[in-house]
Write a protein that binds this ligand. Structure first.
Ligand code: C2E
Ligand code: MG
Ligand code: MG
Ligand code: MG
Length: 292
């Protein structure tokens, strides 16, 4: 119907609709900032190179200090926000807070990188690239290469070629991308081809069973092989035991996160943790030969 009204009317109709949407988003933003913002906190989990013992950076993980229910983990509230514009506000806060924190660490002389989780919904918001660009400009002292965005391969990537384009634009700005929880979603191979990432994160469900379940060992081996073929880095998550790290090193995955290294912690604890981090000797002396 809008088309029949002619070009000008069509545009008028379009912009009225989008300004109504802007208004709604502004309201949501004000509600979030005035009521909820202070209840959220980012925890940071260190990411290390097991081979060298070097602390490479951290992943930001959101926590909600709920006034009645106490500390809530992401799975207790993020799924409920799926499809809601409040999720966009929350993720914008995460991006802003994470980049601010990374910049603070750099000013303190800590040359860390930071991984931030982004939902498919937020990545595909029309203003996402501009927002990211704006934040990086506000922190011009910070090399964009130090920021990495993690997207769930099973996150509602409605339009995969659109998502691929957004990732390309971000990468041109210098920002890195990893495919999170790799292997747990569907059509992993299509995602590898269509989403230009720098790294694959091996899901903790595979890492957890790597010593006991030959199938999981085969999956991890396969993922590392794929990553190598696509010239991507691999990062193992959920490394809880030294032996799991040994096995990953033998298979060619050097970068890891997990309770064997550190739990997620408040930002203020990171500098002290780094200063006192003592990498397991066994990891440094691990050889890259497959375990018989
Ligand atoms: P993820 O990105 O795969 O993050 C890794 C999860 O594994 C984190 O759970 C972390 O606390 C947990 N973990 C770390 N080491 C170990 C370990 O050794 N063993 C085990 N079993 N688990 C370990 P968390 O913090 O509950 O986060 C869960 C998920 O929620 C994240 O999974 C991520 O997908 C999502 N998430 C977290 N923060 C954000 C955020 O700010 N934005 C968005 N969009 N998603 C987020
Ligand atoms: Mg992640
Ligand atoms: Mg993950
Ligand atoms: Mg995971």
């Amino acid at each position: 119907k809008a088309k029949q009204l002619g070009r000008n009317c069509y545009y008028l109709f379009d912009s009225e609709e989008s300004s109504a949407q802007d208004l709604r988003q502004q309201l949501v933003q004000q509600v979030f900032r005035s009521l909820y913002q202070d209840e959220f906190e980012l925890f940071y989990q260190p990411k290390v190179n097991m081979k060298t013992g070097q602390v490479l950076g951290a992943e930001a993980l959101i926590r909600w200090h709920h006034p009645e229910r106490g500390l809530l983990l992401p799975h207790e509230f993020l799924p409920q926000l799926q499809g809601d514009s409040l999720l966009i506000e929350l993720e914008e806060w995460v991006l802003q807070t994470g980049i601010q924190q990374l910049s603070t660490w750099h000013q303190q002389g800590l040359n860390l990188s930071l991984s931030i989780n982004i939902s498919g919904q937020y990545l595909q918001e029309s203003s996402f690239v501009e927002k990211l660009d704006g934040l990086l400009r506000q922190h011009a002292d910070l090399p964009p290469e130090k920021l990495e965005l993690e997207i769930l391969e099973n996150s509602a990537l409605e339009n995969i070629s659109n998502a691929g384009d957004i990732i390309k634009r971000c990468r041109r700005m210098g920002v890195g991308f990893s495919l999170d929880d790799f292997g747990t979603g569907y059509s992993s191979l299509t995602h590898l081809k269509r989403l230009p990432a720098d790294a694959i994160k091996i899901d903790c469900s595979f890492v957890a069973e790597i010593m006991d379940d030959p199938d999981n060992l085969a999956i991890v081996e396969g993922i590392i092989g794929l990553a190598t073929a696509f010239r991507l880095k691999t990062v193992a998550e959920g490394v809880e035991e030294i032996e799991q790290g040994m096995m990953l090193l033998h298979l060619g995955c050097n970068i890891a996160q997990g309770f064997a290294i550190a739990n997620p912690m408040p930002a203020v604890d990171i500098p002290d943790w780094i200063a006192h981090y003592n990498p397991p000797k066994a990891w440094r002396s691990a050889t890259a030969n497959p375990i018989p």
